[in-house]
Design a binder for this molecule. Structure first.
Ligand SMILES: NC(=O)c1ccc[n+]([C@@H]2O[C@H](COP(=O)([O-])OP(=O)(O)OC[C@H]3O[C@@H](n4cnc5c(N)ncnc54)[C@H](OP(=O)(O)O)[C@@H]3O)[C@@H](O)[C@H]2O)c1
Ligand SMILES: [Zn+2]
Ligand SMILES: [Zn+2]
Length: 361
């Protein structure tokens, strides 16, 4: 196996790309360097961030862009300086493709906070080339960010863990989720459903889903949730459930959220961590929402390669089974539109059937 000179993928060309307008085209990956690997992609999850990026929701995206940062596939080419991977290894790549590996953060294993961090797509490498993601046949990334997948995990399950999974696993671990802790997960989407699965597997005393409507309650309970709050349907929910949680992880992707009411759910010295990344500012909060109970509000950015490795191991040991719907890579446009419409239950994963004439799609 070797990698081709040109790769092919679904390219977004303007801010209408998320409306089903990506086109399957050839693109030039970054120049291959001694620290890189090429990966023949078998699976790629669809993350909410793909949609923000396709529509230039956060900032202007550099088009053409190939999104997708929940990549799993096999290594087909290995740079001379790469020691930990060989051709044929099955690896995953999440939302980060590069960091300097020399700064204080990188040395502390906090690569995701490196000031020179490059995202897996829509990012610029130090050599001036641009990163291209996984709605594609191949990916080229610095090997430090390609992580081996444990044998017990299926590729289609491991793919969405690479971003969606680790983005909730990391703050759960960092904030002490485990026995004796009562945890709330806001937003039952891709990230949120991983939040429930991981919080339960970590042995939390109670896991509560905080969703807008009641339509996902059955699923939430099947995932292991002990309780369910529907903020758009339950009357006086914030008062009824006040002071009931130690930790809340919010995956909400819209700025239109009752943030002060979420904070009311925290117990004294509780912690609220925002991981969802709305395109506009979060709602204003009054100082006393923080002061009165001494609560902390923070954020968390994906997870480091080490955290991804730990999470994959943990998921394999605990037999964690994400709720995934696999779709053919050729259905990427429809899948992005369905994702945007909130239809995913709970993650779409695009699968590359091996079609040599894919370039003609
Ligand atoms: N911090 C990080 O490192 C990081 C990493 C990955 C993704 N993200 C961000 O996390 C967010 C969630 O990603 P995801 O892949 O989990 O997306 P998703 O599957 O679409 O889930 C988002 C959830 O947010 C809730 N929501 C509340 N108000 C909403 C609204 N007005 N429109 C749509 N959803 C609304 C929904 O839950 P209910 O229906 O239950 O209310 C929805 O299921 C995105 O903003 C993404 O960019 C951040
Ligand atoms: Zn660094
Ligand atoms: Zn993501």
């Amino acid at each position: 196996m070797a990698s081709p000179k040109e790769f092919h993928g679904w390219l977004g060309r303007d801010n209408k790309a998320a409306e089903g307008n990506m086109t399957w085209s050839a693109f030039q990956p970054k120049p291959f360097s001694a620290i890189d690997v090429d990966i023949k992609i078998s699976h790629c999850g669809i993350c909410g961030s793909d949609i923000h990026t396709l529509r230039s929701g956060w900032k202007s995206t550099r088009y053409p862009v190939c999104v997708g940062h929940e990549i799993v596939g096999h290594v087909v080419r290995v740079g001379d300086q790469v020691r930990h991977l060989k051709t044929g290894d099955r690896v995953g790549v999440g939302a980060q493709a590069f960091s300097c590996l020399k700064c204080e953060d990188c040395k502390a294993g906090l690569e995701q906070h490196c000031s020179r961090m490059v995202g897996t797509y829509n990012g610029k490498y130090p050599d001036g080339s641009f990163s291209m993601g996984g709605y594609a046949d191949y990916a080229r990334v610095p090997a430090h960010f390609a992580i081996k997948i444990p044998e017990q995990l299926e590729s289609g399950d491991a793919a969405p863990m690479m971003c969606g999974g680790v983005t909730v696993y990391s703050p759960l671990k960092k904030n002490g989720a485990g026995p004796g802790k009562r945890v709330g997960i806001v937003g039952l989407g891709g990230l949120g459903h991983f939040g429930v699965l991981f919080a339960k597997a970590l042995g939390c005393e109670k896991v509560v889903v905080i969703s807008r409507r009641r339509n996902k309650e059955k699923d939430a309970r099947e995932m292991g949730a002990d309780d369910y709050i529907a903020t758009a349907e339950d009357e006086k929910w914030a008062r009824k459930h006040s002071q009931s949680l130690d930790l809340i992880i919010s995956t909400v992707s819209s700025p239109d959220m009752p943030l002060e009411s979420y904070l009311r759910l925290l117990r004294t010295n509780g912690t609220f961590i925002q991981v969802g990344a709305p395109e506009d500012k979060l709602p204003r909060i009054g100082a006393y929402s923080l002061i009165q109970k001494g609560v902390k509000v923070g954020g968390s950015n994906i997870g480091s390669p080490k955290e991804i490795e730990d999470m994959l191991k943990f998921a394999a040991e605990k037999g964690i089974k994400p709720w995934v719907e696999q779709r053919d890579m050729k259905d990427a446009n429809k899948s992005v539109v369905d994702m945007e419409d909130g239809k995913a239950r709970y993650r779409y994963v695009l699968v590359n059937a091996d079609q040599p004439d894919r370039a003609k799609l």
